[in-house]
Design a protein around this ligand. Structure first.
Ligand code: G6P
Ligand code: MG
Length: 217
């Protein structure tokens, strides 16, 4: 049976989660706002705008709309400078094997990311053509944990949500997949992703046999 396999981007396909953190950290430092890796977990999966709102809240800092937009721009410029040098070597281990296996088995593949930089990154890593549908920060309004991004991906693939499998590294992403009534697979730490249907540290632990279980059902 054809299933919809939906991948988050940052921290699932490429190791860009660390660049988002470094860029936010630099911005927070410039505003004299304390910002830790633990707090950063709450920013994973959510939009640029929502992330900045949270950081400013943590720092009890208010800014004008013009300043807010300037800060978002500033963060993105730093982030873009980090991803400038990205190439195929930045693809996380075993992602090509998993994508190729799904393609060979004629499965539907989508991207479901909050990032407005998603297509740029997929181009740099030569992965763009692997995806049948791309839903990113330019196509949805509601941030994860809202299921909008994954529901839009399922719709684009023309596959029922219950027949979709989502790979996510963010707590908000697992919540979004669960809210969409999809199978949620956490990539990362069990203490953060405990609401997922299944959890793996990375894709090297996800065998073709495991993927085949979804396809054969
Ligand atoms: C992803 C990341 C977030 C990031 C968001 C927006 O969901 O997990 O950390 O803030 O995308 O990314 P962007 O590239 O548009 O700033
Ligand atoms: Mg992510």
């Amino acid at each position: 049976m054809i299933k919809g396999f939906i991948f988050d981007l940052d921290g699932v396909i490429v190791d860009t989660a660390k660049y988002h953190f470094l860029a936010w950290k630099q911005l927070a430092d410039s505003l004299h706002i304390e910002f830790t890796e633990t707090q950063n977990e709450q920013l994973k999966g959510i939009s640029r705008e929502k992330s900045l709102e949270k950081i400013l809240n943590w720092g009890n800092t208010q800014v004008s709309t013009a300043e807010f937009n300037k800060l978002m721009d500033q963060k993105n410029k730093v982030y873009l400078s980090y991803i400038e040098k990205m190439d195929t070597s930045d693809i996380l281990p075993d992602i090509p094997r998993v994508l190729n296996f799904l393609k060979q088995n004629k499965q539907a593949i989508a991207l479901g990311s909050a990032s407005k930089n998603a297509k740029h990154i997929l181009k740099k890593t030569h992965l763009l053509e692997m995806f049948d549908v791309i839903i990113d920060g330019t196509s949805v309004a509601k941030a994860k944990p809202n299921p909008e991004v994954f529901l839009a991906a399922a719709k684009g693939l023309n596959i029922l949500p219950k027949n979709c499998i989502v790979f996510e590294d963010a707590e908000s992403g697992i919540e979004a997949a669960n809210a969409a009534k999809m199978t949620s697979i956490g990539i990362g730490h069990p203490e953060i992703l405990h609401n997922a249907n299944d959890i793996f540290t990375d894709f090297t632990k996800i065998s073709n046999e495991y993927l085949n279980n979804f396809i054969s059902k």
